[in-house]
Each structure stands twice: as structure tokens, then as C-alpha cells.
Design a protein around this ligand. Structure first.
Ligand code: GLN
Length: 290
């Protein structure tokens, strides 16, 4: 059986119609249907425009409607695609790893600023998940060496695949707990340490949107008030930084004051809170005094 008499464009339109039922403020159905259509058919978006009247190849409609149904049942788009872009690079994602968020690109921007003027800096990323931050840093700074620490074996699997996928030979994925850092990373000093740790207050996890609840709680649960990692990491990171080196955290939108306070009381200087493109507090950075 071919595609039940459907054309390539007709199939897309049917999927888009179904996906417009997804909850949420903004109707993303054109974008989501487009991505899932490409995934199911193995075709690019140009082909939908250029060959929209062609019949759907055998099995194509079933594959597409299966993805649409899974999406409607709450699976994140990015998990269904198996890959998502961050900092202009492709990252393998799926169940068991946090999906790279566009806001997190700010962490990379800030780390690049911190590494400016250093010919071959050592950089460390904590709670690396998919590896999006360390791999982006390694890609932008080919002369740097970058280490990323991740606790979850599942996430580490993605991290390692993403190093290969992006041929980031200067990035090393290290299995470990950031509160008991392995010797492999404590034996040197870093120009910049980055972290996007779990920062959602535990009581808010159950109320997150359905897609986020499909992501690993380990990557989201920041303890009672969401601040567990920010309380402990500044002191652990200080001796690992070069004098003049930077600690850069991603934070939740109402955590700026608290996290800045933790850095200040630990002895960091030049402590700064920065906002993201939506105007929300998204980053705290500080510097180990010279
Ligand atoms: N930004 C993520 C969210 O809002 C949280 C990521 C984290 O806890 N580090 O879902």
C-alpha cells in the first residue's frame, strides 16, 4: 500500500491539524509537523515545497502518524527527533538526558568571554548532561582542553556520542559526582568552570509541563529550594580555578540574588547577575581573586 492516496504536502497538513491540539500558549504545529514529517519520511523541508504533490512513499504515512500520536501523548519533540541543535551544532538526545535549551547558550557565551586572551585554556563543565556546553566550548576553542563531569550513566552515553558526532577531540567526558570530583579533574586549575545544575525546587517538579516531566528528575531536582548545587559548588570550585578564573552558573529566573550571595560569601569577586533574551535572570558569574 502506498500513502493512502496522500500527497507529501497533504500528509504534512493532516499532521499539522492534529498537532494544533497540543496545549500551550503558542501554536507550534507548523514547526513541529515539519520536523516530524522530515524525520518520518527522511526528506528535507525543501522537498515538501518542491515535490508537495508527489505521493507519499510506502510506509511514510504510518511512520508520520505514529510520531504525531506520540507527540500528542506528551513525548518531547526533541526526543522523537533524536537530535537537537545547540550553539549551531547537532546533539543526540533522548529519554534519560536533559534537552539543550536555547537559554543555556548564554553559559557558553560567558565562558568564551572568560577564556578570551588565553591561548590554550583548560575549561571544566559540571553537570554536563548531553555535553552541549563542553562540546560547544571545545568546538569554538580548538586550542582549549575541556572536561565535563556527569553522574548519570545514561546522560554520559549521550555526552560521549555527542563528542564523536561533533568530532570534539579536545573534550573529555568524565563519569562522576560533582560533590566528590574524580582526581582526573581535580589535578589541574581551570580558566573557566561552567555549570547548569539542577535548579528546580523539588515541590515544583510535579507541576512542570508534561514534556519536562519526561526529562530526568536528576537533571532538574535542585533540592527543597532549588539551590542545593549553588550552596555547595562555589567552595568546591574556588581552589580549582586559576587566580583570575571564572565560575559561571546558569540559574532559574528568581535565583539571582541568592546565588550571587553564595558566590560573594565564598570569596568570589566581580559577581554579576545577567538576564536572558526574555529579560529573566539566567546567569550568575564570579571571579577568583588574583
Ligand atoms: N531550564 C530547565 C527548565 O526550566 C531547568 C534546567 C535545570 O534544572 N538546570 O526546565
Amino acid at each position: 500500500m502506498s500513502g493512502d492516496g496522500l500527497t507529501l504536502q497533504g500528509l504534512y497538513l493532516l499532521g499539522k491539524e492534529r498537532l494544533s491540539a497540543l496545549p500551550g500558549g503558542k501554536d507550534n504545529s507548523p514547526m513541529e509537523a515539519g520536523f516530524l514529517w522530515e524525520k518520518a519520511l527522511g526528506l528535507g523541508w525543501r522537498e515538501r515545497l518542491l515535490r508537495g504533490d508527489d505521493p507519499v512513499p510506502e510506509g511514510g504515512a504510518a511512520a508520520f502518524f505514529d510520531l504525531v500520536a506520540r507527540r500528542l501523548a506528551g513525548e518531547p519533540l526533541q526526543y522523537l527527533l533524536g537530535e537537537w541543535e545547540f550553539y549551531g551544532l547537532p546533539f543526540a538526545v533522548g529519554p534519560g538526558v536533559l534537552i539543550p535549551r536555547p537559554e543555556t547558550e548564554l553559559l557558553v557565551d560567558r565562558a568564551l568571554e572568560g577564556a578570551e586572551g588565553c591561548p590554550s585554556p583548560a575549561l571544566l563543565d559540571l553537570c554536563s548532561g548531553s555535553g552541549c556546553v563542553p562540546v560547544a566550548l571545545g568546538n569554538k576553542l580548538p586550542e582549549a582542553r575541556v572536561w565535563g563531569v556527569e553522574l548519570s550513566p545514561q546522560a554520559l552515553g549521550y555526552f560521549r556520542r555527542n563528542i564523536e558526532r561533533n568530532r570534539a577531540g579536545n573534550v573529555t567526558a568524565v563519569a562522576g559526582d560533582v560533590f566528590a570530583l574524580p582526581e582526573e579533574v581535580t589535578g589541574r586549575r581551570y580558566r573557566v568552570i561552567t555549570a547548569n545544575p539542577p535548579y528546580i525546587p523539588r515541590g515544583e517538579l510535579a507541576g512542570l509541563q508534561a514534556e519536562v516531566r519526561r526529562e530526568p528528575a536528576l537533571a532538574l531536582d535542585g533540592g527543597e529550594d532549588g539551590l542545593d548545587f549553588y550552596r555547595r559548588l562555589p567552595a568546591l570550585c574556588l581552589p580549582l580555578l586559576e587566580p583570575g578564573g571564572w565560575l559561571v552558573f546558569e540559574i532559574g529566573e528568581d535565583q539571582g540574588e541568592a546565588v550571587a550571595g553564595f558566590l560573594q560569601s565564598t570569596g568570589y569577586g566581580e559577581v554579576q547577575v545577567r538576564r536572558d533574551l526574555s529579560g529573566l535572570e539566567r546567569q550568575v558569574s564570579g571571579r577568583r581573586p588574583l
